[in-house]
Design a protein around this ligand. Structure first.
Ligand code: HEC
Ligand code: HEC
Length: 315
């Protein structure tokens, strides 16, 4: 598509009109440069907004919530959304608005990318050099394609700066992140064109399997327990959801026909993900970010389901 537009530009006659025409061409090329796959043209900023507000669900952790658990829109990404209390750390999701003092306004693009993909803090941060607690899913975000990282940073720069100092983190053990095989292997722009591979990419950056895989004593078992479920979340571990939340257990989402989702229709799985409704219509509980997944494009939800169908059955 890009080549076709360039051809048009080359063939434009010189004179009064072409300037406007080539400017338009430049705009169209800039806009389509961020096209994630066949058919969808969007700017870098649109792509960033889409990723942050759907599959990445940064706000599920980073935006403060009301007493009934809804994200406070005017405090988007202002920090203090969720806090985590574990044997290894007591941390609160940081203010990631562009506020220069309490947020990340003074961070360079590269600083932000290092935090996202390596869990690193820049030397000039409030806690210079201290690695981010493992709950910030950097081991999954390392799979982000360079263009998507650019898009996320571009979007974060447009968020309204909010002054909000969050509690200083407390670290009790060295940071440990389990390697997620698909993030280690990495993806390419080309892989996004194949629906199943695009699903794998979205599931990786959505860190679905971090919650849904077998987990014991702080270690995730992606080798033999991928998608097997069983991990428990409760208000002792995560603080910030609605006051009446008593906890939940991540279910088996492997292709096992009775224990997993193998026997469920695509529509059932999509409804669970994007509307937070269980098979029997039960309202599903946090911490999964249903409200954010609701904004996923249909073809991306379909790609996720297509990949989930490839997860070997386990029980
Ligand atoms: C599961 C919850 C969770 C999700 C999802 C999450 N984060 Fe975080 N993030 C945290 C926590 C908690 C911290 C603070 C860790 C610490 O203090 O050690 C953090 C720290 C950060 C920091 C470092 C800021 C600072 O001042 O130290 C950045 C930048 C950041 N997150 C960006 C993002 C972005 C962008 C997304 C979405 C792509 C995201 N996070 C998704 C929990 C999360
Ligand atoms: C922060 C943890 C977490 C993340 C991330 C997460 N989930 Fe979940 N998920 C859960 C929990 C917990 C439940 C069950 C909630 C309940 O029972 O009320 C659930 C429920 C589900 C269900 C319904 C299954 C059933 O048997 O009812 C599906 C399907 C699902 N998740 C798929 C996904 C996919 C796909 C992703 C990534 C796009 C994802 N989840 C990300 C924790 C998570």
């Amino acid at each position: 598509m890009q080549r076709a537009i360039e051809t048009i530009a080359l063939e434009s006659p010189t004179g009064g009109q072409p300037r406007a025409a080539s400017m338009l061409v430049a705009v169209v090329i800039a806009a389509t440069a961020a096209c994630p796959g066949p058919g969808r043209a969007e700017t870098l900023l649109e792509r960033g907004s889409y990723l942050v507000n759907t599959i990445l669900a940064c706000a599920n952790c980073h935006t403060p919530k009301t007493a009934d658990g809804r994200a406070v829109e005017e405090k988007e990404l202002a920090g203090g959304g969720l806090s985590f209390t574990t044997p290894a750390f007591n941390v609160t999701a940081s203010n990631i608005t562009p506020d220069p003092e309490t947020g990340i306004g003074a961070w360079s693009d590269d600083d932000i990318k290092q935090a996202l993909t390596a869990g690193a803090r820049p030397a000039h941060a409030r806690l210079p050099g201290a690695p981010l607690a493992a709950v910030m899913p950097a081991g999954f975000y390392k799979a982000l394609l360079p263009r998507d990282l650019d898009a996320i940073v571009a979007y974060l720069r447009t968020v309204k700066p909010v002054r909000n100092a969050v509690r200083v983190p407390e670290y009790k053990a060295p940071v440990h992140r389990d390697a997620y095989p698909d993030a280690e292997a990495g993806f390419s722009e080309d892989s996004l064109r194949d629906p199943v591979k695009r699903g794998a990419y979205l599931v990786t950056i959505g860190h679905c399997m971090e919650c849904h895989s077998a987990w014991a004593r702080g270690i995730s078992d992606y080798a033999t327990g991928l998608g097997k479920g069983g991990r428990k979340f409760g208000p002792d571990l995560v603080q910030g959801f609605a006051a009446d939340w008593q906890g939940s257990t991540a279910p088996n989402i492997t292709s096992h026909t009775s224990k997993g989702i193998g026997g469920r229709s695509d529509a059932d799985i999509k409804r669970a993900m994007t509307q937070g409704l269980g098979w029997d219509g039960r309202v599903l509980k946090p911490p999964m970010g249903y409200a954010w997944y609701a904004g996923l494009h249909e073809e991306d939800v379909q790609a996720i389901v297509a990949w989930l169908r490839t997860v070997p059955p386990a029980e």
